[in-house]
Design a protein around this ligand. Structure first.
Ligand SMILES: *Cc1c(COP(=O)(O)O)cnc(C)c1O
Length: 418
């Protein structure tokens, strides 16, 4: 699948006149169409709801769009809960899937009406003490061992810090029931960025079987199963994207095979997708400001790892398009770098690209999730602006660029004396 940017060179030049590079830009139309496809894929389930993982793109204008498409939010910190509340997400429209949770965050989660997802059995005592056990409660499950789809090992839950063991989740349900909980949920997140239509159906089967067993063992009413995040996107152009309709159908088949015969056909399916909802609908737009010829060929751009950490942190591939040179031969090999004094600040290594000239505008693809959000201030580099390409083709700034005043703002007495 060729990766085609959602802005042309002409559009980018027009935008840059008003909003200088670097910036992240999001495609409202793409976000809405994708959210509608997800909803359609799970329309067979009456209670279906997507709780967008706020950490992927913690930007109110984006949350607002998803709210209009019927999504809730998934939070794991005070700031994310507060943002969701301020965006108007109400009771039961927020999941609180935290871990290593501070007391006061449980209190605030309950106050905003979030559905609390307990990461550990010992959190029951804390929850009861700080705010009482709510009627609706969810527990996170970790099956341990390795997680495979057919013969491929996808991830290693046995090494992950999250969730409860099989025995603990049964005991947790019994304890919570005794303390007044009435509606129970099960949550699990077993593999990240899966590009396979089999992930959700395989996970669903595990959780549906667990739900039937837990209902029999504890007598609780299980009202929802949260498949969490993990449905990914192809960052490289050679991979086929997930087909959400096929995924929804696969989960439906598991539902009809396991839950319906057990009399549990009223269970709602929840998802907590982040990457799948946003990654392809965001670009980091940056300008080539230097070319350097030493032992390798370098292109220096005006964005850096502080604007997009994934390549430096995970060695992640992000496709790059040089605007206006979409059809030019990729006959040059470059490292595309940012300015950090850190040699891993490279958006691409040994990448075949068209010849890049100073002033060329580069689109770095699939930065809509876990992109801006992971930004940081190393080397005194500042967060960029975030822009929204609206459905009518207009562009608005939804977050201004960080200024040096913002950067110094937390230093007691410093700004006043310079
Ligand atoms: C990060 C996270 C998600 C979203 O993950 P994606 O890979 O972006 O889909 C969902 N739920 C929880 C609890 C998470 O920590």
């Amino acid at each position: 699948m060729a990766k085609v940017p959602f802005i042309t060179k002409e559009k980018a030049e027009e935008i840059i006149q008003k909003f200088p590079t670097p910036f992240h830009i999001y495609d409202e139309k793409g976000i809405r169409e994708n959210a509608r496809r997800l909803k359609q894929a799970f329309a067979w389930n009456k209670g279906f709801k997507e709780f967008f993982a706020v950490k992927a793109t913690p930007t109110p204008a984006i949350l607002q769009i998803l709210k209009e498409e019927g999504c809730g939010t998934d939070c794991s910190s005070y700031a994310e809960l507060l943002m969701s509340k301020k965006c108007g997400f109400g009771c039961s429209e927020i999941m609180f899937s935290s871990n290593d949770t501070p007391e006061e965050e449980f209190r605030f989660a309950k106050e905003v009406g979030a559905i609390i997802n307990l990461d550990d059995i010992t959190h029951i005592e804390m929850l009861e003490r700080v705010c009482g056990v709510p009627e609706t409660i969810c527990c996170r499950y970790n099956p341990g061992g390795k997680f495979s789809i057919s013969t491929t090992i996808m991830d290693n839950p046995g090494d992950a810090k999250y969730g409860m063991t099989r025995e603990q989740i049964r005991d947790a349900f019994l304890q919570l029931k005794a303390k007044g909980a009435r509606n129970f949920g099960i949550h699990s997140f077993l593999a990240s960025n899966t590009v396979s239509n089999e992930y959700y159906p395989t996970l669903a089967k595990i959780l549906f079987r667990l739900a039937v067993e837990l209902q029999q063992e504890t007598g609780v009413h299980i009202s929802f199963i949260n498949l969490s995040g993990g449905v990914g996107v192809p960052y490289t152009p050679d991979k086929e994207p997930n087909d959400i309709m096929v995924i929804g159908q696969g989960v439906k088949e598991a539902f009809e095979e396991i839950l319906v015969p057990a009399g549990m056909g009223d269970v709602s399916i929840y998802t907590e997708l982040g990457r799948f909802m946003l990654a392809p609908y965001g670009h980091l737009v940056t300008k080539a400001i230097h070319e350097k010829h030493i032992y390798k060929e370098y292109i220096g751009v005006d964005a850096c790892a502080a604007n997009l950490m994934r390549p430096a942190m995970y060695g992640a591939y992000h496709h790059i398009t040089v605007l206006g040179k979409e059809n030019a031969p990729c006959d040059h090999v470059y490292d595309v770098t940012g300015s950090l004094c850190e040699n891993n600040d490279k958006f691409a290594i040994d990448r075949s690209l068209p010849k890049i000239d100073k002033g060329d505008i580069l689109v770095i693809h699939d930065t809509g999730a876990h992109g801006f959000a992971m930004g940081y201030n190393y080397n005194g580099r500042l967060h960029s602006a975030e822009l929204l390409l609206r459905e009518d083709g207009s562009v608005i700034e939804i977050r201004r660029p960080e200024t040096v005043e913002d950067y110094f703002a937390t230093l007691e007495g410093f700004w006043d004396c310079i």
